[in-house]
Design a binder for this molecule. Structure first.
Ligand SMILES: *Cc1c(COP(=O)(O)O)cnc(C)c1O
Length: 424
């Protein structure tokens, strides 16, 4: 659907919802209430996804088995805990376009990022640099800088931060490709977001992985804002690794167990150094004492500890919904839903705000980042008090994401109406 076919009326939004094949998924999520008890417009799935109505059932099952079986639950629970994480493997692989051997759910995002860098950031005297986005998410910055120092290098000379050209809000694809082309000899690791958390820009992951690998650079992606948002094809695109959290678009709940991808070409390598733990060890001899570490083939071989079953249970509730809805259909709706939001904002676009997210649909996910140069924070607090939930980032950015699983065209309409009237 193109902008020409959109209409800035609530009737149109409601008609769009009636035609939406995914409209019923909304009822499977629990929406928080506004302060006055009314409905809220929740456009904050990029920060914390909503709770599926079935999450409590999945968790209760594990609580019940624990109560009735104690330690025996590891093998005799309805879903035995020993291999429990594998219940998520197929769905996770399908979601990110990977083979089952390439994915695992474990730890949390930043932990996984460090584990991946321990294995794949192997700087040498001449090839030691890491490429990140300028203004990358704080945790990613701390992680890459501490890894650089850990190897005896200095972020001042080993970190390359890609910044938009003066006067531009987002990076150009050719800035990334020319950096890789020009400095590939010195770059050990290209570590970019799939979708930049601040601007909502989606990167050309396929092009980056191809260019990086051609220059002998390791390529890793932080998919915190891409998993469950974009249609990914990690195996075909060929990055060495990727990590993501499960509480944003994936609705696994606060602090939920995270995801990790290791490309199949590394699946059986015994040369790659890694920080090891018993859960990554060959499961047949996991409990034996005095063994040398023998990793499970594939991403599972990077596991450290036995995971939180309660958290995995919560993630299963959501991943089962994703599987049913299908990321392809979700992405198709997302493209139209976000374009509709953009269309409505552009109707009224006064000089008091601007959208910094790229206009091209292929260069963004669900999120639009709205720059409000003056009094933005006060405005967003006022909207929040009225039940409009987005996310304010200092100094000047309001981030909103209509999520195709549970947001409606009418949500988008009501948001745009309130936002535009509040900004005056
Ligand atoms: C949300 C987010 C994180 C959060 O890291 P945790 O380890 O899950 O706390 C890290 N990086 C990016 C890019 C994010 O968007």
């Amino acid at each position: 659907m193109t902008d020409f076919e959109f209409s800035a009326s609530q009737d149109f939004a409601i008609a769009m919802d009636e035609r939406d094949p995914l409209r019923n998924y909304r009822e499977r999520f629990l929406f928080p209430k506004a302060a006055d008890g009314g409905d809220c417009v929740y456009l904050c799935g990029h920060s914390l996804g909503l709770q599926p109505a079935t999450t409590a059932l999945y968790i209760e099952q594990e609580l019940k088995d624990w109560a009735q079986l104690g330690v025996e639950g590891h093998f005799r629970a309805t879903n035995p805990w020993m291999p429990y994480h594998r219940l998520l493997t197929e769905q996770t692989a399908a979601l990110v376009g990977a083979k089952p051997i390439e994915v695992v759910v474990m730890n949390s995002l930043t932990v996984n990022l460090h584990l991946m860098m321990v294995s794949f950031y192997r700087p040498t005297a001449s090839k030691h640099k890491i490429v990140v986005e300028r203004g990358a998410f704080p945790s990613d910055q701390y992680a890459v800088k501490s890894q650089i120092r850990f190897h005896g290098f200095d972020p001042a000379s080993s970190l390359i931060e890609l910044a938009p050209l003066p006067g531009e809000g987002c990076l150009r694809d050719e800035q990334i490709s020319s950096l890789i082309e020009g400095s590939g000899d010195e770059i050990a690791l290209i570590m970019l977001g799939g979708v930049n958390y601040a601007t909502g820009q989606a990167f050309d992951m396929e092009g980056i992985a191809l260019a990086g690998r051609a220059r002998g650079c390791v390529v890793g992606f932080d998919l915190a804002h891409a998993a469950g948002n974009l249609q990914l094809r990690l195996h075909d695109w060929g990055p060495d690794f990727a990590v993501w959290c499960s509480y944003k678009y994936l609705n696994g709940g606060p602090g939920c167990v995270a995801g990790c991808f290791v490309h199949e070409r590394h699946a059986r390598s015994l040369e790659i150094p890694r920080f090891a733990g018993w859960w990554g060890h060959d499961e047949h001899s996991r409990f034996e004492v005095g063994q040398n570490f023998r990793p499970i083939s594939g991403a599972e071989g990077w596991q450290l500890s036995n995971p939180s079953i309660i958290s995995l249970a919560a993630l299963r509730a959501s991943m089962n919904i994703f599987q049913e809805a299908g990321i392809e259909r979700l992405r198709a709706k997302s493209v139209t839903l976000t374009s509709y939001l953009e269309f409505l904002l552009n109707q009224k676009m006064p000089s008091s705000f601007s959208i910094i997210t790229p206009q091209e649909r292929g260069r963004r996910g669900a999120q639009l980042s709205i720059r409000i140069p003056t009094n933005g924070r006060v405005l967003c607090e006022r909207l929040a008090n009225g039940g409009i939930v987005g996310d304010w980032r200092e100094p000047d950015t309001f981030r909103v994401a209509p999520v195709p699983l549970y947001n409606s065209y009418d949500d988008v309409f009501r948001f745009a109406q309130r936002f535009v009237s509040a900004i005056g």
